[in-house]
Design a protein around this ligand. Structure first.
Ligand code: NAD
Ligand code: IPM
Ligand code: MN
Length: 351
């Protein structure tokens, strides 16, 4: 067996609450198996910044690089907290990790489990993955403001799209599609307006598609994609899209499949030059933090994605099956159970 070194970053708000349950599941599923995990906790986030002024020091980044994977909760200050500059931790810690560790595939699966009520009247069968680019787009901070605060202010936020970055994520989407049942890729962009980046994405999809004759593909402008995600989400199999469109679409994808509390993600470095990082799609949810109201399922399903990435697919399936069973038995119970009770229920189904 192997020993996997896992870094755990609980973060802020509901982060520590959901990560505690995810860790319980991870420990349980690896306990007694020939593969072991060794967990190291890192205190990062808004609270840590308030105490130390550090977002992500170089030594911490170097230490994190030595792990096999990272399990992350969420970061972000409460909206009214004026002590913390808005978005500081998100950019200087979370995005810095995604960029420094070259997490170019932000994998976000969406599935409507039996027993879960979708807010859609006719959801149909929903089972798709979003392959969101994770290192480029408008996220890189390439912009600025001049004449700031005057009526002549000019603010720019320039989206970066490199041929290298687009190609590797598009290739990943086609590779994933080729292993799925429906083998279909949908490129989501907005090339009617965002001509330059849009056409780079389009040309790249056409080029890569020619190497995957068994995979079909189509294209949607992002605005229309939100229509179909509401009216006909079963049309989607693999969506490939840029960093910002992917961010927005995956919150919507979470909502139609029973809530953001179920949506898992992996920030994956497919070349394995650095550790990948697994986290729920949701944020620190200050509105429910500290009350044991958060659903830990997204964090627990992120553990399953992590196990898969580490090559522990049997363990990953075990976790997914326990989650599926637990979800199916929920129905009206959901609102009344605590974070811990949901975690415990999933652990008891693992047993
Ligand atoms: P959010 O995802 O934190 O919350 C949106 C809504 O979903 C809230 O009503 C919240 O209560 C609910 N929700 C979220 N997770 C839930 C769960 N597990 N169970 C039940 N309900 C859940 O998004 P937001 O309010 O836009 O952002 C709050 C803070 O988190 C901000 O500072 C933001 O920047 C940050 N953020 C961080 C991450 C991350 O760390 N990956 C992701 C998104 C937002
Ligand atoms: C997410 C979050 C992050 C993003 C923020 C907090 C930087 O919304 O993980 O979806 O936009 O990627
Ligand atoms: Mn988001």
């Amino acid at each position: 067996g192997n020993v996997f070194e896992i870094a755990v970053i609980p973060g802020d708000g509901i982060g520590p609450e959901v990560v505690a349950e995810a860790v319980k599941v991870l420990n349980f599923v690896t306990n007694g198996s020939e593969n072991k995990v060794n967990l190291t906790e890192y205190k990062l986030g808004a609270e840590h910044w308030l105490q130390t002024g550090e977002t992500l020091p170089d030594e911490t980044l170097e230490a994190l690089k030595k792990h096999d994977a990272i399990l992350f909760g969420a970061v972000g200050a409460a909206p009214g907290d004026t002590r913390i500059p808005s978005g500081l931790i998100e950019r200087e810690m979370l995005l810095k990790l995604r960029f420094s560790l070259d997490h170019y595939v932000n994998l976000r699966p969406s599935k409507l489990y039996p027993g879960i009520e979708s807010p859609l009247a006719n959801p149909g069968e929903i089972d798709f993955i979003v392959v969101r680019e994770g290192t480029e787009g408008p996220y890189v901070g390439n912009g600025g403001s001049v004449r700031t605060g005057t009526e002549h202010e000019i603010a720019t936020e320039v989206s970066i799209n490199t041929a290298y970055g687009v190609e590797r994520v598009v290739r990943d989407a086609f590779a994933r599609a080729s292993k799925r049942e429906r083998k279909h890729v949908t490129l989501v962009h907005k090339h009617n307006v965002l001509v330059h980046a849009g056409h780079l994405w389009r040309r790249t999809v056409e080029a890569v598609a020619s190497e995957y004759p068994e995979v079909t593909h189509d294209y949607l402008h992002v605005d229309a994609a939100t229509i179909f995600m509401t009216t006909d989400p079963s049309r989607f199999d693999v969506i490939v899209t840029d960093n910002l469109f992917g961010d927005i679409l995956t919150d919507q994808a979470g909502a139609i499949t029973g809530g953001i509390g179920l949506s898992a993600s992996g920030n994956i470095n497919m070349d394995r030059t650095y550790p990948s990082m697994f986290e729920p799609v949701h944020g620190s949810a200050p509105d429910i933090a500290g009350q044991q109201k958060a659903d830990p399922t997204a964090a627990i399903l992120s553990v399953a994605l992590m196990l898969d990435h580490l090559g522990l697919s049997a363990e990953a399936r075990t976790v997914e099956q326990a989650v599926e069973k637990e979800i199916t038995s929920r129905q009206e119970l959901t609102d009344h159970r605590t974070t811990r009770e949901i975690g415990d229920a999933i652990v008891s189904l693992l047993a």
